[in-house]
Design a protein around this ligand. Structure first.
Ligand SMILES: Nc1nc2c(ncn2[C@@H]2O[C@H](COP(=O)(O)OP(=O)(O)O)[C@@H](O)[C@H]2O)c(=O)[nH]1
Ligand SMILES: [Mg+2]
Ligand SMILES: [Zn+2]
Ligand SMILES: [Zn+2]
Length: 382
């Protein structure tokens, strides 16, 4: 592949355009001093984290040859070698692993209060501990802001202080840039090893903010570039219906589905080739039986029997709740969709805190396992 998509600004980049950032100086050695990177500050909406050694374009010889970007280049100002590759459009880092095996971009969307922040916190925690070990995957944050914000806004409050995460405030005060992770799995195919990745791009934006009249350019490009999507739906919201029509799950899914069409130019009547995982959150709050109540068996494969049983069970719930329209809509719009039930907390929280049983995540990984399988990164077994 000769071009990649930046997982921050979603520009399509010919490889020979990928830029560099000076490695800077460590203490008294050579290297450029940090200065304000205005492009990056414009992207993040904050100057605070944009004081860095300078960006520079790839050497002209590289662009002329058009053979793709080298892994290293010498900074034209200080002469030091650097391996820090950077998007020439938004100046966010493009880690080596991403340049070599650009992952399929996975987008996550849900209404306000659907459980997005809690799910993100718990899923990432599980992926870097239990599930990662089980599946043989590695989860790597793509930039330092992702690491810092995950710790400060997700991990520390929930796992450290056992407090529920504060509701996502208005777009004015929250960071507008996503958390970006690479989930990589090495497969042995005959005698060769092959690395394959999913790129998790997580904006903590409520689906209500994706109304066409005020959807931002960045979100539009995000959805246009997504290779797969996870929709989170609060089952209690679905059951009760009513409320704010903008926040109703089916309306959010329909709006996002329209945005997914942008730039894809599908022939009329063709269903979207973007796998959609639709997950009911907070299923600990529902009386459950059947497949949803069983634990997934711990293997590095997708259990296809279990997958079908859960899909059918959630489908039956939708019809029970007079929400069968959602299932019909998905089957009409998406070539592949899967229905899931997850619980990030594993129990009903009390007064702003995690319940007494602690955090006991339940089936949070299921949508990702299915997506890994959809992209040929994980075997299915019966
Ligand atoms: N019972 C239960 N409640 C949850 C779970 N996850 C989130 N919640 C509740 O849903 C509320 C909203 O969750 P949050 O992650 O902030 O939703 P967001 O607005 O989509 O980011 C939380 O305050 C919790 O009360 C879960 O796994 N189980
Ligand atoms: Mg939130
Ligand atoms: Zn970019
Ligand atoms: Zn330099």
């Amino acid at each position: 592949m000769s071009s990649i998509t930046c997982p921050y600004c979603f520009a399509r980049l010919a490889r020979e355009r990928i830029g560099f950032r000076c490695a800077g100086s460590s203490g008294r050695g050579p290297g450029c001093a940090p200065r304000l990177d205005e492009r990056l500050a414009a992207y993040t909406g904050s100057a605070a984290s944009a004081s860095l050694p300078p960006y520079f374009d790839p050497p002209p010889a590289v662009r002329r040859l058009g053979r793709g970007t080298p892994r290293r280049a010498a900074c034209p100002e200080c002469g030091q070698d650097t391996a820090r590759r950077v998007c020439p459009e938004c100046h966010n880092p493009l880690p080596g692993a991403y340049c070599e095996t650009p992952g399929k971009i996975v987008a996550l969307v849900g209404a306000k209060n659907s459980g997005k922040s809690t799910y993100i916190a718990v899923l990432l925690h599980e992926l870097s501990h239990r599930i990662g070990a089980e599946l043989g995957t590695a989860l790597v944050a793509c930039d330092d802001r992702t690491i810092e914000r995950y710790k400060r806004d997700f991990h520390r409050p929930l796992f450290g202080d056992r407090r529920l995460l504060p509701a996502t405030a208005s777009a004015v005060t929250t960071p507008r840039d996503p958390l970006v992770y690479l989930l990589t799995r090495t497969r042995r195919r005959r005698l060769r090893q092959q690395d394959m990745s999913l790129t998790l791009v997580l904006f903590d934006t409520a689906g209500e903010d994706l109304r066409s009249r005020d959807v931002t350019d960045l979100h539009l490009r995000y959805l246009a570039a997504a290779d797969a999507i996870i929709f989170l739906v609060d089952p209690l919201e679905l059951k009760s219906g009513g409320g704010d029509p903008d926040g109703e799950p089916i309306n959010i899914i329909a709006r996002v589905t329209e945005l997914l069409h942008v730039g894809r130019d599908l022939p009329h009547g063709r269903r979207l080739p973007v796998p959609a995982a639709v997950a009911l959150t907070k299923i600990d709050a529902l009386p459950l039986d059947g497949a949803l109540q069983r634990n997934r068996t711990a293997t590095a494969a997708l259990d296809l029997n279990d997958r079908e049983a859960v899909h059918e069970q959630v489908r039956a719930l939708l019809y029970d709740w007079q929400a069968g329209e959602l299932d019909r809509y998905l089957s009409h719009e998406y070539a592949e969709y899967g229905l899931f039930g997850v619980s990030a907390l594993g129990g009903v929280p009390r007064e702003g805190a995690v319940g007494t049983g602690g955090i006991r995540p339940y089936r949070v990984e299921d949508p990702l396992l299915w997506l890994l399988h959809q992209f040929g990164m994980l075997d299915g077994v019966r």
